[in-house]
Design a protein. Structure first.
Length: 420
């Protein structure tokens, strides 16, 4: 095979939670599957942006209800084998159920799941073009430091987070809410040097930040943010430094990341001076990149609605479940939640993952076809594992049969352990 021209059955673009699930799901059907990502490791927001919590594996019900299985569950099993599975953990304030992560173990676990799943991985590889004929993506063009690569396939899945493949292929997308508004980005801080017996009292942090702002600290965005102590290292994960930004634009991203790093140091200074136990605190890491929550949304054959999410609607063509409440982030303000009926879950139809106008292109993760309220729930990583898994199985079915039958997709997802 010419290294600069290759062919697979299924190609998945984007190696976050959705991409890993899509690629493994397709490979387990029996397809030769390639997973392409421009980064040096898989994991998306969890590893590239230090969002070290898997949200959406469990609904808010009591007792805790798991709503995502399949490939996502394989990742949890791999973390458990590595001795670093510490969830589920319920946040007593919001009622949300999360899974705290260790960053290096998460990278390694994803590597193992991808390789054990029979997927061909290709990191350090950026997609720059798509070739379309008669409503089908025939090939993509990628680039690495060696040059250009053309990769052909029978079916494709866009899990890029920014709908890059769909956009390159000429598919319809919507930016943010359609009026130019997107959820705020956040630069995640990892803070070390804090003794493990120091209590993380959110009210104390809020008061300290508020007082600092009253006394002239103008570089701090919000008083209320997320605080979480990580397993193993004991480092503190802090999410306070919000930025309004356009995550598609390099100028906007550059400004936001530079400003957010300045914020991180300003917050650290406040914590050192005002929070007992933080006197010797230091920044372990910011980022590595700012956490972009929202850019493009794919226009699919069906748009998942906020009413569906809030009312916990079930669909006959369901291929995934969402159990995270609709969570909105505006720069400088606390997160706002709309909860799912009965603190349960809603169904995500296969139509939501099928890109309008294409026969062989699916999408998954935070770019699926949904309105702003539905997006605020479906964007999280646990749900992305579920939508990715479904999109990968649908793409594999099309690659092998040139058609997609819902009954087959659902049965195959169930065979692979998904909850549908």
């Amino acid at each position: 095979m010419d290294e600069r021209r290759q062919r697979f059955d299924v190609v998945v673009v984007g190696g976050g939670a959705a991409g890993v699930a899509a690629a493994v799901g397709a490979a387990q059907v029996g397809c030769r599957t390639l997973l392409v990502d421009e980064n040096p490791y898989f994991g998306g927001a969890a590893t590239h942006r230090s969002v070290l919590t898997f949200c959406g594996f469990f609904a808010q019900q009591d007792p805790i209800l798991q709503v995502v299985g399949g490939v996502g569950a394989k990742v949890l099993e791999e973390l458990d084998r590595l001795g670093v599975y510490f969830g589920p953990v319920r946040n007593p304030g919001t009622g949300n159920v999360i899974i705290p992560l260790d960053p290096e173990a998460t990278k390694y676990a994803l590597d193992r799941v991808v390789l054990q799943g029979g997927v061909s991985p290709r990191l350090h590889c950026k997609v720059i073009d798509a070739f379309v004929e008669n409503g089908e993506v025939e090939a993509i063009e990628c680039v690495d430091h060696h040059g250009r690569i053309v990769i052909e396939a029978e079916a494709f899945v866009d899990t890029s987070g920014e709908a890059d493949l769909t956009t390159l292929a000429g598919g319809r997308v919507r930016f943010g809410d359609g009026e130019g508004n997107v959820q705020a980005g956040t630069m995640v801080m990892r803070i070390g040097g804090v003794p493990k017996d120091v209590e993380l009292n959110r009210a104390v942090f809020t008061e300290a930040i508020f007082e600092a702002k009253q006394q002239g600290s103008s570089s701090l965005t919000k008083e209320k943010g997320i605080l979480l102590r990580l397993p193993i290292s004991g480092d503190i994960l802090a999410m306070f430094a919000d930025e309004p930004l356009n995550g598609l634009d390099s100028v906007s991203l550059t400004q936001a990341e530079i400003t957010a790093r300045h914020q991180a140091w300003s917050y650290l200074d406040v914590f050192r001076r005002r929070i007992p136990g933080f006197e010797n605190a230091f920044l372990v890491q910011t980022g590595p990149s700012i956490g972009v929550r929202e850019t493009r949304h794919v226009v699919g054959q069906h748009t998942l609605s906020g009413e569906d999410v809030i009312n916990g609607v079930r669909h006959q063509d369901a291929v995934a479940r969402g159990g995270w409440p609709a969570e909105f982030h505006k720069a400088g303000k606390p997160a706002e939640y709309y909860h799912i009926k009965d603190l349960s879950f809603y169904d995500i139809p296969l139509r939501t993952l099928s890109v309008l106008g294409f026969q062989n292109l699916w999408c998954a993760g935070r770019i699926i076809s949904c309105d702003p309220i539905a997006f605020a729930s479906a964007r999280v990583m646990g749900t992305a594992f579920a939508t990715g898994h479904a999109a990968g199985v649908a793409a594999a079915h099309y690659a092998l049969m040139k058609t997609v039958k819902l009954e087959y997709v659902r049965k195959e997802l169930q065979r692979q352990g998904a909850l549908v």
